[in-house]
Design a protein around this ligand. Structure first.
Ligand code: GAP
Length: 547
């Protein structure tokens, strides 16, 4: 079958997710609610399995990591302390003709991507050279030293100088313009210079994709937190926020957990839970939602050991992703050049979605910023007493721990898993056209582990199949089906990723054997009913992922 283009493939995944009960638009009968989705009967199973994989890998496999479940509502001061009230903003701009609102930085990023698309004309060697140069320039701009980077309008720019002569002269002009814009945008964002962002949009002739005009309003800050009233409706009720990240529930419980669990540094606290952001641009299905779920872990370490643990978690988290059998080239790190004010290192784990490499998970070295802020705003000490001995033989004593955070979006992981597993296979032979849609999910993640079919609806076969189902269902999520021809039933299970189908036939009544069909190879073998538990159990065991 011809390779579908990425757009088409992505659309097929979305419609497959709906058709088979994985994901539905929220409130669909009322035409939906933008960027909010519901997980259907199979989506809920897959999502739970992804959560279990994460929880087991993080909590069960680490003696020094425990899990909590903190409330979505938190004291409003939490969000003052964390910086979200004042700083969790997006710079927004409206097009006066289409009345559409955009994130100013995303408009500029799209422009930068457009200019960088000329890199396709570079030789591999020159592209690599350029990327090195780009890191260098962005690094300088990050340190605030790039005020000298001239705008693209200048004739002679530092970017022209002989150190980086690119032979692809015509394309280099565009790429250079892209880099200059990237630097200028970073500087404007860093200094929160909204007027400068607007100027860049105008100068670089960014147009609204809908109205195709550049009739823009000024850029304004827009806070992404949802707020609601807490308590009675009348005066005196307080404004509270729906948490925009689960992490703060961990920070404020740091000492509760440390003391009640007698945890010794280094140790981690993990949690899975809902987060809410009033995203202005919500797009790409469940990639950017207004209500979503995060799986976060804060790892508390001694100051000075943060770099070491950052490297450890960076590697450990990518290993977790790759264990699922995803082609390694689909993943990459994106180290942040531009760091948030509280971080001293940050990297994203990116996956190659059909719409390009995008962040799935962030690993951030957050220093002691959050705990120190909570100490200041609550007036309660957030210190840990470390009685281990340092090199001089003295206890490390009291300190506010440093934190390495791993933060993965569950919904993005779900999307990645669906995209990665989705396959349309051509099974045609010379005599017959045939195809199947397959979800090649890791067996441990599959919603159903096994489907049990009686070959026909009579002769005692359904009863025998039910008997098998009744023994397997304690250990595995099973589905029983007797409708339609066996081939059709196989196809339905292929489409939802069920790794095994068991068929009960007349021979089964005589010798207690069944055929077991393997989803990926479509091979069938005859096995004893008594062996089914072991065969299925070893394939779907979490050990296959965690060991
Ligand atoms: N505590 C750190 C934190 O929240 P983040 O980079 O803002 O960091 C972490 O979010 C992860 O949460 C992202 O890598 C992404 O997978 C997921 N995420 C963030 N915003 C999201 C949204 N609007 N919809 C779906 N997932 C989102």
């Amino acid at each position: 079958m011809a390779q579908k283009n990425n757009d088409e493939q992505f659309k097929n995944v979305i419609s497959h997710a709906k058709e088979y009960g994985f994901v539905f638009q929220s409130s669909e009968i009322y035409d939906g609610l933008s960027a909010v989705y519901d997980y259907g009967q199979l989506g809920a199973e897959l999502k739970n399995n992804i959560k279990t994989y994460w929880w087991k890998a993080m909590v069960q496999m680490h003696e020094n990591i425990v899990g909590i479940d903190s409330a979505i509502f938190m004291h409003p001061k939490v969000w003052k302390a964390s910086g979200h009230v004042d700083g969790f903003n997006d710079p927004m701009i409206d097009n006066k003709d289409s009345k559409k609102r955009y994130r100013a930085d995303q408009l500029l990023e799209n422009k930068i991507d457009e200019l960088y698309s000329e890199l396709a004309n570079f030789s591999a060697e020159n592209k690599a050279k350029f990327e090195e140069f780009q890191q260098e320039i962005l690094g300088l701009s990050d340190e605030g030293q790039a005020s000298w980077v001239p705008t693209f309008k200048d004739e002679e720019t530092i970017l022209d100088h002989a150190k980086y002569p690119f032979v692809e002269e015509a394309s280099w002009r565009f790429v250079k313009k892209g880099l200059t814009l990237e630097v200028e945008m970073n500087l404007a964002l860093k200094s929160e210079n909204l007027a400068q962002l607007k100027d860049l949009i105008v100068d670089y002739k960014v147009i609204c994709p809908i109205s195709k005009t550049s009739n823009w309003t000024d850029v304004r800050q827009f806070n992404l937190m949802f707020s609601t009233q807490f308590g009675a409706m009348a005066e005196g009720s307080d404004e509270v926020y729906l948490r925009p990240e689960t992490a703060q529930g961990i920070f404020v419980n740091f000492l509760n957990v440390q003391k009640s669990g007698r945890m010794k540094i280094p140790f981690g606290i993990a949690q899975i839970g809902k987060a809410f952001r009033n995203e202005v641009i919500a797009r790409q299905f469940i990639m950017r939602m207004r209500e979503f779920e995060q799986m976060e872990m804060q790892f508390f370490v001694r100051p000075g050991e943060d770099k070491k643990w950052f490297e450890y978690w960076k590697e450990a988290r990518l290993k977790w992703h790759k264990a699922l059998g995803t082609p390694p080239e689909k993943y990459r790190y994106h180290d942040h050049v531009k760091l948030a004010h509280y971080a001293n290192a940050a990297t994203d784990i990116e996956f190659e979605f059909p719409f390009g490499f995008k962040e799935v998970e962030g690993i951030h070295s957050r220093t002691d910023f959050d705990l120190t802020q909570h100490q200041e705003f609550s007036g309660k000490k957030m210190q840990y007493f470390d009685n281990d001995l340092n090199e001089e033989g003295k206890p490390y004593g009291n300190y506010v721990p440093y934190v390495i955070e791993t933060s993965i979006g569950l919904d993005r992981m779900f999307l990645l898993t669906m995209i990665n597993a989705f396959e349309e296979q051509d099974l045609s032979t010379e005599d017959k056209q045939d195809s199947r849609t397959l979800l090649r999910l890791h067996p441990a993640l599959a919603p159903y582990k096994v489907a049990v079919f009686p070959l026909t609806k009579k002769d005692g076969l359904p009863e025998k199949a039910r008997e098998i189902m009744d023994t397997l269902k304690f250990d595995f999520n099973c589905i029983y089906e007797e409708k339609d021809a066996i081939g059709k039933r196989y196809r339905r299970q292929d489409a939802v990723g069920t790794p095994f189908c068991i068929t009960v036939d007349h021979q089964s009544l005589e010798d207690n054997t069944v055929t077991i069909r393997h989803r990926d190879s479509m091979e069938q073998e005859r096995v004893a009913i008594a062996d089914l538990g072991n065969i299925i159990g070893s394939a779907v065991s979490w050990k296959t992922l965690l060991a």
